[in-house]
Design a protein around this ligand. Structure first.
Ligand SMILES: [Mg+2]
Length: 175
């Protein structure tokens, strides 16, 4: 079986929506996903507010409330019948997130065994045939084929096969 590694934030979990909501509420702003085309949230928020951006990610309940990307559960479960599926999240970027990320996966993806969840930093360590990820930095150093999952920040990135949603993933791997 070929092995697929799947990123969590912005691929399985809609983190940007919650991040924007918390930031906007506390700072009385109205930044939307449309403002993030080709940019990270960090690029549009002034430097003096970056600590606040970090603090939302570190808060205990941040990951717990994230919505699942549409169709992710159904498609990932289907992928498991034809591929060896691993979840690979750069959890080291927010070490306080381990428990809540694990809880979130157990709640929404109970069919993914703990043995197939990888909390990592640099994803070049992964040995998989494919990595589905929104982050070009991780795709670049991955040794298999990187598949870019569309997120506002990466819309101008080329050089990878691209999926816009989980229906695209289904077509690519199960079609
Ligand atoms: Mg991600």
């Amino acid at each position: 079986m070929k092995r697929i590694a799947i990123d969590m934030d912005e691929v399985m979990a809609d983190a940007v929506t919650e991040h924007l909501a918390r930031y906007n509420q506390d700072h009385n702003e109205r930044i939307t996903k449309d403002d993030l085309q080709g940019k990270w949230l960090w690029d549009v928020v002034s430097v003096d507010r970056h600590a606040a951006l970090e603090s939302y990610l570190r808060s205990d309940d941040f990951f717990d409330v994230l919505h699942v990307m549409p169709e992710a559960q159904r498609v990932i479960e289907a992928l498991q019948s034809r591929y060896d599926v691993f979840i690979a999240t750069a959890a080291m970027e927010v070490p306080t997130s381990f428990m809540s990320k694990y809880r979130w996966l157990a709640k929404h993806f109970p069919f993914i065994p703990a043995s197939h969840i990888v909390f990592c930093g640099n994803k070049s360590i992964l040995r998989a045939d494919y990595l589905i990820d929104d982050n070009p930095r991780q795709l670049k150093r991955f040794e298999g084929e990187g598949i870019i999952y569309t997120s506002p920040h990466n819309i101008h990135v080329n050089g990878y096969r691209r999926v816009n949603d989980w229906l695209d993933v289904e077509k690519m791997f199960l079609g």
